[in-house]
Design a protein around this ligand. Structure first.
Ligand code: C5P
Length: 245
């Protein structure tokens, strides 16, 4: 296989040797609203190689000893705009848009801390940036080409969160409910729901909403074509499962 549309250049350069800027989708919504499901469906249906998902969770600030103890007692507020290092997130997103290689911190919800290793990322065609506070900061919003807010019934979010935190994040029922009532629910009303006004599209019922996901995918494809991505070529690679040069 050759890059006949690109004269042998890697897929993220156009025929003039200029970088094709990756398309950034911002995905915001309350905790356990279905952001990851929506993101995975977009990735699957886009059929484009090199789509990467970047999570605001990776940029939770590192806690000191006292904050760490509070977190263990479910008494640390992880649902506040100040809990995230959004400057670092914006720097990394900007570098990715410029085609540069980046090192992304890996966050561990069980220990409330960053792991020692980092994830290396570069050369994405589409970047999905997701998080509860994804639209809370202007510097991050300005880097997004399309903003999608995932909406879900509050009861559905709470029940999903209970299940997930107990099975995947080593939490107990009483602690999850305490944290939810003290921090998570008020934060949704105060900081997350108001950012819906920045959204280009609001997706009710999260990952179940196939019509909304189809509309998003169509828009992203059109935008990528306008940036010089040749679709048939990319799809051919994607379907044949060939590693890219
Ligand atoms: O995956 P999701 O968007 O739900 O992740 C965000 C949630 O993770 C926040 O609502 C926050 O309460 C929770 N969190 C936590 N413990 C941490 C970091 C975040 O429970 N150490």
């Amino acid at each position: 296989l050759v890059w006949d549309d690109n004269q042998g250049r890697p897929p993220w350069y156009n025929l003039h040797g200029e970088l094709k800027e990756p398309f950034v989708i911002g995905l915001c919504g309350g905790s356990a609203s279905g952001k990851t499901t929506v993101a995975n469906k977009i990735i699957e249906q886009l059929g484009v190689p090199w789509v990467c998902m970047l999570s605001l969770d990776s940029f939770y600030k590192v806690l000191n000893a006292e904050q760490h103890e509070a977190a263990k007692r479910n008494e640390y507020n992880f649902d506040h705009p100040d809990s995230f290092d959004h400057d670092l997130a914006a720097t990394i997103l900007k570098k990715l848009k410029e085609g540069k290689s980046v090192q992304i911190p890996i966050y561990d919800f069980k220990s409330h801390s960053r792991l020692e290793q980092k994830k290396n990322l570069y050369g994405a065609n589409v970047i999905i940036f997701e998080g509860i506070m994804a639209f809370a900061y202007k510097d991050l919003r300005d880097l997004m080409d399309m903003k999608v807010f995932v909406d879900a019934d509050p009861d559905v979010r709470l029940s999903r969160r209970l299940k997930r935190d107990i099975t995947e994040r080593e939490r107990d029922l009483v602690g999850v409910l305490q944290q939810y009532n003290t921090y998570v629910k008020p934060a949704f009303d105060q900081y997350i729901a108001p950012t819906m006004i920045y959204a280009d599209i609001v997706v009710p019922r999260g990952g179940e909403n196939n019509v909304a996901i189809d509309l998003i995918v169509r828009h992203v494809r059109t935008q990528l074509e306008q940036r010089g991505f040749n679709f048939r070529e990319k799809l051919r690679y994607a379907h044949q499962g060939q590693p890219l040069p």
